[in-house]
Write a protein that binds this ligand. Structure first.
Ligand SMILES: Nc1nc2c(ncn2[C@@H]2O[C@H](COP(=O)(O)OP(=O)(O)OP(=O)(O)O)[C@@H](O)[C@H]2O)c(=O)[nH]1
Ligand SMILES: [Mg+2]
Length: 273
């Protein structure tokens, strides 16, 4: 059994910083973790990367050689025929050197803008195929979705963040954890706390207050949608506090049942498969 978290979220939401802090945290507590970069647009890492998709294809090369823009270039990279093969090869390499019982963090792509992000989740099957493959290979995987706490300062931004997260949740069909990042930048914690686990009625009245009356019906549907998917709640993350990282990690652990068989070193798969 292997364990993996798929770190996803909009540009600048704090994914890389989280990976770096998580790596340091795991080093401190003596927990093995492997970072796998699947982001063709990544630039540099402040932690050792076990495998890196850029050895196969990088966004810079695609933009330079094919004259593509950043969003189209990213989709080109993800659709590149060998992308899935390389990622699967990556996993095999990790398995073969016997890391099976360890954690693996898959640092998922940088999302260049919201449109690109939705296309990457809805139109490009490679992510989903990859997730399916991980599951078939006995990996417990969860998606860790990042949202910048600066973007939940009002209800309309919060709803748009929820919709993006929901779309990832529905497309990937993975256990899903939402993180509200950069909590150290929030001066009034109360403003944000009300969005950690909001009630539909409160969201609706706030939306109606901010928007023209003609949006009333839409607001009601959106508030109900967020409520129906009660999984759309957020865990705050303050990277200054070790306890906050530990708290997030414990949620992820329980989400993918890490720990129960963590010490089992036996391979329950065929590496050549
Ligand atoms: N104050 C504060 N700043 C943060 C935190 N996390 C990230 N940042 C800053 O936010 C910016 C973006 O963070 P990244 O970790 O690069 O975000 P990302 O999601 O990896 O961004 P892309 O890879 O471009 O999609 C950087 O300037 C970070 O220093 C945090 O917890 N607190
Ligand atoms: Mg990044």
């Amino acid at each position: 059994m292997g364990y993996a978290q798929l770190v996803i979220g909009p540009a600048g939401s704090g994914k890389s910083t989280y990976c770096s802090s998580l790596y340091q945290h795991c080093e401190t507590v003596g927990r093995t973790i492997h970072m796998v970069n699947l982001d063709p647009a990544a630039e540099h890492f402040s932690y050792p990367v076990s495998t890196d998709i850029r050895e196969l294809i990088s966004l810079d090369d695609v933009m330079e050689e094919l004259g593509m823009g950043p969003n189209g270039g990213l989709i080109y990279c993800m659709e590149y025929p060998l992308f899935l093969k390389k990622t699967i090869g990556t996993l095999k390499t990790i398995w073969m050197i016997g890391w099976m019982s360890n954690w693996m963090v898959i640092w998922m792509m940088t999302i260049l803008c919201l449109i690109a992000q939705i296309e990457l989740f809805t139109h490009v099957p490679v992510l989903r195929n990859f997730v399916e493959h991980l599951k078939r290979k006995n990996f417990n995987v969860c998606a860790v979705y990042f949202l910048d706490s600066q973007f939940v300062s009002d209800v309309t931004k919060y709803i748009s963040g929820c919709m993006a997260s929901l779309s990832a949740m529905i497309q990937l069909e993975l256990p899903h954890i939402n993180i509200l990042s950069k909590m150290d930048l929030v001066s009034n914690k109360k403003d944000v706390e009300e969005y950690l686990n909001p009630e539909a009625q409160v969201l609706l009245s706030q939306l109606n207050r901010q928007m023209a009356p003609k949006f009333g019906k839409l607001n009601k549907s959106l508030a109900e949608l967020v409520d129906d998917y009660s999984m759309v709640n957020f865990i705050p993350l303050d990277l200054r506090k070790e306890s906050s990282i530990q708290y997030v990690l414990s949620h992820i652990d329980s989400c993918i049942q890490y720990g129960e068989d963590a010490d089992v070193k036996v391979r329950d798969f065929d590496p050549e498969d």
